[in-house]
Ligand binder design. Structure first.
Ligand code: NCD
Length: 309
């Protein structure tokens, strides 16, 4: 595999085999972090965030710093020349003069792809509108792999805002490459998965169900992926208020779930998982956030080509 110099815009930019290699590298980093402390020495990461972020930006920055590299960037587009009307194409052409690799999050679908086409340095999509979020998928898959050993044959429940949730779209795309995965998609009618995602599952020949009922779906699941209703992508506040608390995972609902269920959430959580669930051994979402840093370390190493992955 030579990932050196490549962009990561959506999960399909990596083969299943390449993802496996990144997971292997992430596991080696977890086991021996000291061996990696200088791997990116002299390298500079630029983080260009046109939308809010906690985990994605911090985990990328922490990843680069833990690899011995350095970081520049903005988390407030208002503080850069974006506020003067500069295009993303011009911004990325400027950033490549200074940095070796860039991570970009933007509210418009397709914008990070556009930026990558103008860029001489690798560009990583940290979320483009309601479209894709491939490094969250790497995080999610590594977390499942560490616990379950693999993905074949799992029954995956996805619950909440499946329409605007970019993490859901990327995760489904990546999982369609494995055998025997079954999807149970739990959402209000208005927030069901976009047709292009449904089509992707159909083409893969995998089974899927769509339901409105979390309680009924729960006992069947090996993994439950909860998501936040994406307020910022709604056209009006009334629809958001009507839909936001439709699904709330509580300790009492979990009584009917499997003992080895994994509860995941890309975070931030609003109300969709009651705080009482955090102490349940099946809650993996904070460990998942930590894994995000390790898999991003592996990704930076691979795209920069500083070490054989
Ligand atoms: C997600 C995102 O930005 O899409 N957050 C994240 O990166 N961990 C999910 C969300 O904001 O709901």
């Amino acid at each position: 595999m030579d990932l050196k110099g490549r962009h990561l815009i959506e999960p399909a930019d990596l083969t299943a085999g390449e993802m496996e290699r990144l997971f292997g590298e992430a596991e080696r980093i977890i086991a021996r972090p000291k061996d990696y402390a200088e791997v990116c020495k002299g390298k500079l990461l630029a983080t260009l965030f046109y939308e809010p972020s906690t985990r994605t930006r911090f985990s990328f920055e922490a990843a680069m710093l833990r690899l011995g590299g350095q970081v520049i960037g903005f988390s407030e587009p208002g503080s850069s020349s974006v506020s003067k009307g500069e295009s993303i194409a011009d911004t990325i052409r400027t950033v490549e003069c200074y940095a070796d690799i860039a991570v970009m999050r933007h509210p418009k679908e397709g914008s990070v792809l556009v930026a990558s086409r103008q860029s001489g340095i690798p560009v990583i999509n940290a979320g483009d509108g309601g479209h894709h979020h491939p490094t969250q998928t790497l995080t999610d898959l590594l977390t499942i792999k560490l616990e379950k050993g693999g993905f074949d044959g799992i029954t995956m429940g996805l619950c909440g805002d499946l329409k605007f949730g970019r993490t859901v779209h990327s995760l489904i795309h990546a999982l369609t490459r494995y055998t025997g995965v079954r999807f149970i998609m739990i959402s209000p009618e208005e927030l069901s998965v976009p047709e292009y995602v449904r089509e992707k599952i159909r083409k893969s020949g995998l089974e899927f169900e769509e339901t409105r009922d979390l309680r009924e779906a729960l006992p069947k699941l090996d993994v439950l992926y909860m998501t936040r209703v994406q307020r910022e992508r709604f056209f009006n506040e009334e629809d958001y208020i009507r839909l936001k608390d439709r699904y709330i995972l509580s300790a009492s609902k979990l009584k009917s779930a499997k003992q080895d269920l994994m509860i995941l959430h890309p975070l931030p959580r609003v109300n969709e998982i009651a705080a009482e669930v955090d102490t349940d051994p099946r809650a993996h979402y904070f460990r998942q956030a930590k894994n995000g840093m390790y898999v991003r370390m592996a990704l930076l190493i691979a795209l920069l080509g500083v070490k054989e992955v």
